[in-house]
Design a binder for this molecule. Structure first.
Ligand code: 13P
Length: 231
């Protein structure tokens, strides 16, 4: 199983360091068969001697250059960061990244050999338009992405489930994951209000290869419980 923590715009360099120490101590007691990832804010990126994979929440498709406010490959390489989240709904819908920009970013970081956790997910109005519209929407979000890339991981995160405490039913997750698995034969994570009390049921679903956790990952005990739910 893959269990990933997306801190978003939370935590500091110091609190991330404390968190990583606690997480490493926990991982050292088991779970060697699971892949645990943490995506801290860019200011907390660092080099950790750890079995936990630390990734970037975002970066610009450049080695370096004049892109005020952005970081590029050079800033990630300093800390040996080799994993990146691309296409998260907050970047698409809040920060206005287009599919074209997202595809460009994917190609750039694929070229650099990164593991890409590529996020897709539909807003509520699409979900309410029926399953054909839903699958068409998700398919469009996969357009232009090299689905055969060996370091690609897909995260299905319905926008309406992110940070709301709402989740699709297990049957719905299964249905959508099964349909996605036909399009892309890569590990497929579920994200959106994953909590200690629903993680076990979600990860028990056949086509779920792991979870991408936002809010509940900020509390180390909750995140540890979610890792424990892989058992
Ligand atoms: P929540 O777990 O807070 O719903 O966030 C999910 C998410 O966006 C992870 O990338």
């Amino acid at each position: 199983m893959i269990v990933a923590a997306n801190f978003k715009t939370n935590m500091t360099r110091r609190s991330t360091q404390e968190y990583m120490r606690a997480l490493e101590a926990f991982i050292a007691t088991g779970h060697s068969e699971d892949t645990v990832m943490v995506f801290p804010p860019a200011t907390a990126l660092d080099r950790w001697e750890s079995s936990v994979i630390v990734g970037a929440q975002n970066a610009y498709a450049t080695h370096h250059g004049a892109y005020t406010g952005e970081i590029g490959l050079e800033q990630l390489e300093e800390f040996d960061i080799r994993t990146i989240l691309i296409g998260h709904s907050e970047r698409r819908h809040v920060l206005g990244e287009s599919q074209e920009e997202i595809v460009h970013k994917c190609h750039f970081y694929q070229e650099a050999g990164f593991t890409i956790v590529y996020c897709i997910g539909e807003p509520l109005e699409i979900r309410e338009s029926g399953s054909d519209a839903l699958m068409e929407y998700l398919e469009a979000q996969l357009e232009g992405i090299d689905l055969g890339y060996r370091n690609l991981i897909i995260a299905y995160e319905p926008v309406w489930a992110i940070g709301t405490g709402l989740t699709p039913s297990s049957d719905d997750i299964l249905l959508i994951h099964n349909a996605l698995k036909k399009m892309v034969q890569r590990p497929l994570l579920y994200g959106g209000s994953v909590k200690p009390n629903n993680a076990r049921e979600i990860m028990a679903l056949a086509s779920v290869d792991g979870v991408l956790v936002g809010g509940a990952s900020l509390n180390i005990d909750d995140f540890k419980s979610i890792i424990q739910a892989t058992e």
